[in-house]
Design a binder for this molecule. Sequence first.
Ligand SMILES: Cc1cc2nc3c(=O)[nH]c(=O)nc-3n(C[C@H](O)[C@H](O)[C@H](O)COP(=O)(O)OP(=O)(O)OC[C@H]3O[C@@H](n4cnc5c(N)ncnc54)[C@H](O)[C@@H]3O)c2cc1C
Length: 375
Amino acid sequence: MSGPQIAVIGLGATGSAALYQLARRNVRAIGIERFDLGHAFGSSHGPTRIIRLAHFENAAYGPLMRRAYALWRELEKAAATRLIVTAGIAEIGPADGELIRGTLAGASRYNLPHEVTDAASLMRRYPGFKLPESFLAVLAPDGGYIAAAAALNANIRLALTAGATIRTNETVISVEPLPKGVRIKTNRDEIEADGAVVAAGPWLHRLLPELHLPLHVTRQVVGWFEPDHAAQFAAERFPVFILETPHGHHYGFPAYGEMGVKIAKHHHRREIVDADCYDRTVSAADEAAIRAPLAEYLPAANGRLLGAETCLYTMTPDETFIIDPMPGFPHVIIASPCCGHGFKFSPVVGEIVADLITRGACEHDIRQFRLQRFA
Ligand SMILES: Cc1cc2nc3c(=O)[nH]c(=O)nc-3n(C[C@H](O)[C@H](O)[C@H](O)COP(=O)(O)OP(=O)(O)OC[C@H]3O[C@@H](n4cnc5c(N)ncnc54)[C@H](O)[C@@H]3O)c2cc1C
């Protein structure tokens, strides 16, 4: 391969998608990851992530998500593996709550397929839920889940097949953009590349201290609960859901593989932590935060805690992504789609950064993701 050499720093969901998209474009793509691939210290590990077209968090995501779905399907085809299961999502809460209002705003802005139903019909369809009469649900047929670990593997495998190289257990210590390239120092080596994608997730602001990125990292916990009636929560019978109650926004998945019903609280306890040293044990207070709505709203899932794990959100002040070149250096792109909802966007973010690096432009309006908004 004779194209430019582009380094991708960090191989979580974002970096692995970027690596594949670059490797497909006749670029000598080199991925550098400080841990093993698929490690559990950042944001991308675990079996599943939600995928949905409409976002209560940001109505403007519609076109990006449409493209992301198309790329997920392409990735499935190229990898010959099923990566997304779209058996529907139910977003449930008070009619005037943030979740229902925001989801409907996103769905109607881009005419995304959805159905609004009352609590009684939702409970008839999915007897696992016990909801107050005043609740509504927005059902979207395209919603579902991503097989997250398989997705990461697929990107990595296809990137390697397309000619990328990968260096694991190697930590990038500094990224120095040059007028026509970039100098990357690691704990083992110094690399001069033609460009770079910095996809370091919760470590991003540490790696680029000169940018004073206003990021904070929060500790999250997800749990798997043993259901009373396992059949009610089987993947083909129970939807992925997001539930707004006085306990906050909880989300969950049907029982997947050998595990129980996966449930978590969006933002969990909003604990700001240092990504290098945070508590990865799961406490009684963690379990209580996740379990809080179950007795009242999902009593049949309120069983034994079968397992739990921690994870990290990287948060911006406006809770949306960063996808932008470093100021003055169009060949060094920062890509951080997190804020708790970025996994599903990873293929399209990979495509955007690969286009920005190879063509200096992309097909999407990414103005809302610019660094300048923090100035
Ligand atoms: C509990 C939880 C639930 C979530 N649920 C959903 C969901 O349902 N749907 C959804 O779409 N999204 C969800 N998200 C968000 C999604 O998982 C993240 O947006 C996504 O994983 C971010 O990926 P990333 O590659 O940007 O970051 P990361 O996965 O953290 O990857 C960054 C990588 O960079 C590496 N790295 C960092 N510094 C260096 C360095 N100096 N040198 C070399 N390598 C370095 C790290 O080791 C890491 O592998 C959830 C997140 C969490 C934590």
